[in-house]
Design a protein around this ligand. Sequence first.
Ligand SMILES: Nc1nc2c(ncn2[C@@H]2O[C@H](COP(=O)(O)OP(=O)(O)OP(=O)(O)O)[C@@H](O)[C@H]2O)c(=O)[nH]1
Ligand SMILES: [Mg+2]
Length: 652
Amino acid sequence: MRHVILGTAGHIDHGKTALIKALTQIDCDSHKEEKERGITINLGFAHMNLPSGESVGIVDVPGHKDFIKTMVAGAFGIDIVLLVVAGDSGIMPQTREHFRILELLGVTTGIIVITKKDLVDEEMLELVELEIEELIDGSPFESAPVIKVSSITGEGLDELVKVISETVFQIKDKSSRDIFRMYIDRVFNVKGIGYVVTGSILGGHLETGANLYLLPGKGKQLKVRAMERHGLAVDRVESGDRAALNLSGFKMEDYQRGMVLTDRILEETSMIDATFRLFAEEQLGVWSKVIFYSGTFESAAKMHVLNKDGLQKGESVIVQIHLEKPVVLLNKDKFILRNSSNDLTLGGGVIMDIKPLHHRRRTPKLIQALTDLAEATLNSDQQFKIIKIELNKEKRPVFADELAESLKLQPSELLYECTENNDGTVIIRNISGKDILISRDVQHEYETTIASLLKHHHEAHFLIDEGLDANELTGKLGLKEIESAKIYLPDLLESMEKKGVVRKVRNTWSLRDHQVMIDKKTQQQINWLENTLLNYNKQTPLNKEIEAGAYQQKISREHLKLLLKYMVHDGKICTSEGEYIHANIVEEVKKKLMLVLAEKERGINEKEFRLLFDSTKSFVKTMIRMLADEGLITKSEFYIHITEKGKNYLDK
Ligand SMILES: Nc1nc2c(ncn2[C@@H]2O[C@H](COP(=O)(O)OP(=O)(O)OP(=O)(O)O)[C@@H](O)[C@H]2O)c(=O)[nH]1
Ligand SMILES: [Mg+2]
């Protein structure tokens, strides 16, 4: 089954609605005011059953110049246009305006229909044909068929139906895997059934019973109770169908024109980067006030031209658009801009970034990046380039799922693109089952920064073989809050180890070539410190006293800390809560105490401990902490006891 929507376009009174009626027997001008004025005001909807059995949806748009926004909403999502030109008047202003809008909306398949054949002679028809040729020359419609009909006599209609049937089969199948999206173009309440909304499905598919969201908004869940496609009840609709959905949960107070129904919650935006082509006879400066249209959405906006100082008719530029109202859009969506007084269609373009940074300054680097993105956006086979640009924007490791979500791609599609079309600039790492992407340049920067961080660390701690642990490095790289970095960085460090840049020292990472170097002067300082601590014997020296001694030795406080740390690492001294005792003394006390404790069933208290060694209270407290940490003793409220581990120690 084909899923194709046909739309009309053309100047007022040229016979669009009459043509649809002649083809389908459906009168799209159903409103009272339309009947009275004899013009189309609202979008009209119909469907047509082709001889092949296919059914195509039809959207009939108004031609009046005041209803361009309605025309844009109707033309959004159509696949084939019937560009109607009346034989008795030829190309008129809205013929041209609609024609350009269609081109900008990416509608590239069409049939030109010359109507009112019954009112004109051959000569006049030839003239109109010449005008049409001129209009379509060099456009995507250059080779579109031109059919002459009369909706009154029916002449030419059979041929038109034949051409429509052929054209329907030229439309490429759309992907029904995409996100389901449908701008609502009509809402009505059917007694006993509830609210029904209609629209052209822009992507994805939908089954009865599915959940939908009305966006932008509170994200309230709606349920599809029943559906119709082209007037018939169905259980499934998809991209390229006109559909009527009966929704449970839908409330008029939640709805505003311009909202879209989706099958998942999509982020709203009010700032976009886009390409823009000006087709109106106008000159625009760097900043312009405009009205933005995409689908049924409309908002006042400001347009900032980024890569030029202004633009003339026919020029294409890169712009940032600031919308007054939030909207849900997807990259590659098309849009139309009108001037702020809404009497002139300026042009339109393609959205390339729905969540850009705010570009305050137009730097050459920014312009280059945006130019690349524009090229990738306009070129559908450049998906990988878009992925790369989005990744470069992040400047950090990103989960594949996360990136796919922001690009509105399936994770599998993203990974496929990154493996099939990768030019080596994007690195994919699979770490504990998670795919993480990072740009090669960013990874290279990390490697350089890590090496330099470690170098500085080693310089400042030259007596210590340890470097920094993965956690400290994550923090120093500014990645602390980044979930993906927590698994990415340890993996990166391991790969740097394989490359011979770093090595593991206990739980830290050091530069592979880092070695502890002790010069003569440092050795003297170490000896002095060691003697000092030995001389204190079983009295823990207060830090203040060590510092005072060091000061006399011309050792700075920082350097003293480093010496102490080195000696702890080296096993010469022991430390607990900032107190230091020489390792030999710890060993001596340990042995004797264990022997005593092994004999004393009830254990000993702190005072007895102190008397045993003729030491100070603070020495005893520090020793108890050290031995308890080692697991050799336990301490109840008053007494110290030997543990099993302590007994084993004695046996050794
Ligand atoms: N004689 C003749 N009259 C036609 C033909 N097609 C349309 N008309 C008449 O032209 C007038 C305008 O036709 P519509 O179909 O309403 O024109 P439209 O393009 O839909 O106009 P808008 O929707 O307002 O832009 C009506 O009075 C039609 O009856 C035709 O092929 N022959
Ligand atoms: Mg009409």
